[in-house]
Design a protein around this ligand. Sequence first.
Ligand SMILES: NC(=O)c1ccc[n+]([C@@H]2O[C@H](COP(=O)([O-])OP(=O)(O)OC[C@H]3O[C@@H](n4cnc5c(N)ncnc54)[C@H](OP(=O)(O)O)[C@@H]3O)[C@@H](O)[C@H]2O)c1
Length: 280
Amino acid sequence: MDIGFIGAGKVGTSLGRYLKQHRQHITGYYSRNPLSAKEAAEFTGSKYFSTLNEAVGESEVLFLTVPDGQIGSVWTQIQDLPVAGKIICHCSGLLSSAVFSEISQKGAFGYSIHPLLAVSQKFQSDQSLSQAVFTVEGAQEKRAQILRLLKVCGNPVVLLDAGAKEKYHAAAVMASNLVLALNYGAQKLLTECGFAPELAAKSLTPLFLGNAQTAADKGLAAALTGPVERLDLMTVSHHLSALEGADREIYRLLSLYAVELARQKHPQRNYEELKGRLEQ
Ligand SMILES: NC(=O)c1ccc[n+]([C@@H]2O[C@H](COP(=O)([O-])OP(=O)(O)OC[C@H]3O[C@@H](n4cnc5c(N)ncnc54)[C@H](OP(=O)(O)O)[C@@H]3O)[C@@H](O)[C@H]2O)c1
């Protein structure tokens, strides 16, 4: 398939290179800033498109890898070009293909194709894409072609309904951004206990990395340690008394999730009393 990109940022550039490495034909790049498009074209051995018309004309599949807030307006700019029969994709985790309004009237087919991965670099993240699960949502008609494309790359693919995208994206945020936010909360508590800020961050690193590695190797339940897992009601009660406001609420609600994991790890243990304390 001839695959072109509008938006030569981190995802557009990395995905183009990744697809090229899997023997897909990348036609080229159009971007707001011509320099971005030229750099991406060079990186992927493809063309620089100076107009949207060229990008549309030369591509059977077009990825609109622009920021989420720009996808609708880029679609508006290209929808009256000859898009009939083409596959139009974006890579937003949140938005569905419904952002391509009235696409069926134009004879084109819309998809949201999301790599479940933080893509932080333009020119170094393409290798990490091999680890990503991709989600695909969109029109039935050309879905098989999209699935074939991702299968060639060897990535696991999950099909999503448009209505699931918001919850799906919230889950991704919980697992990545909010884990960082939780560590930030723990750092703040350590500084209240007298740690210098830099030492607070450093002290938590072995806990953070060790847990992440064990969870990746053995699963969340096997990685779980601590007072909830040990059924240590006294320690949990002291923690709840020591914490206030949002910190107490975050601790309490996440401990209820920890109870669910602890039950998976120790189905023979009775966590009811601990759960009751956490629900107060
Ligand atoms: N980064 C991630 O971790 C990640 C992961 C999964 C999915 N995504 C999704 O991937 C998409 C792209 O994100 P990104 O992180 O690659 O963003 P990004 O690095 O900011 O790249 C977006 C690119 O689009 C270009 N652009 C902006 N407005 C444009 C317009 N109106 N017309 C043409 N080009 C325009 C920018 O232009 P110039 O450089 O030309 O100025 C920029 O290079 C988003 O939908 C995002 O949700 C991102």
